[in-house]
Design a protein around this ligand. Structure first.
Ligand SMILES: [Zn+2]
Length: 159
C-alpha cells in the first residue's frame, strides 16, 4: 500500500449580490465568491490537495481560467474530474480534511449538507470528509469580508 499526502489552498474575492457556492451548497448571503468557475473556494482547495498528493500540478494547470469550457462551471464537476485524474494513476481517496476561513455567514449549519454533497459527488464516505470553519477574528481582508480562504489536506492511497 502506497499512501501520499497533499495540501491545497484557495482564495476568492467576495462581491456584493453575487451567488455564494461553498462545498457545492448555495449559501443565502448578501455577497458571494467571485471567479471564473462558480468560485467554490472549498472544492478548489480540495482539488489542489488531491492533485498535489498525486504530484499532478494544480487546478489552474488542468482547468485554465481563460478556457471557456470552465466558465461558470460547477466546481463539483471539476472535483469529479480531479478524482478521475488521480484514479488514472491508481489512487483512491483515504480522507480529506478542510478548513474554511470566512467572517460571514456562519457556515457551521451548512457543513453536514456540504459533506453529504461532496461524498455523493465523488463516491466516498462522509466519514472521510472533514470540513471545519473559522473566522479571521475581524482582521485583514477576510475580517473585512472582502474575501474567503480555504485550506485542505488529503491522503490518497494505492494498493
Ligand atoms: Zn478557486
Amino acid at each position: 500500500m502506497k499512501i501520499k499526502v497533499g495540501f491545497g489552498f484557495d482564495v476568492h474575492q467576495l462581491r456584493s449580490n453575487h451567488p455564494f457556492v461553498l462545498g457545492g451548497v448555495k449559501l443565502d448571503h448578501h455577497s458571494g465568491a467571485y471567479g471564473h468557475s462558480d468560485a467554490d473556494v472549498l472544492l478548489h482547495a480540495i482539488c489542489d490537495a488531491l492533485l498535489g498528493a498525486a504530484n499532478m500540478r494544480d487546478i489552474g494547470y488542468h482547468f485554465s481560467n481563460t478556457d471557456d469550457r470552465w466558465k461558470g462551471i460547477s466546481s463539483v464537476i471539476l472535483l469529479q474530474e480531479v478524482v478521475k485524474l488521480i484514479a488514472g494513476k491508481g489512487f483512491t481517496i483515504g480522507n480529506i480534511d478542510a478548513m474554511v476561513c470566512l467572517e460571514a455567514p456562519k457556515i457551521n449549519p451548512h457543513i453536514p449538507a456540504m459533506k453529504k454533497h461532496i461524498a455523493e459527488a465523488i463516491s466516498i464516505s462522509e466519514e472521510d470528509i472533514s470540513i471545519k470553519a473559522t473566522t479571521n477574528e475581524q482582521m485583514g481582508f477576510i475580517g473585512r469580508e472582502e474575501g474567503v480562504v480555504a485550506y485542505a489536506v488529503c491522503l490518497i492511497e494505492k494498493a
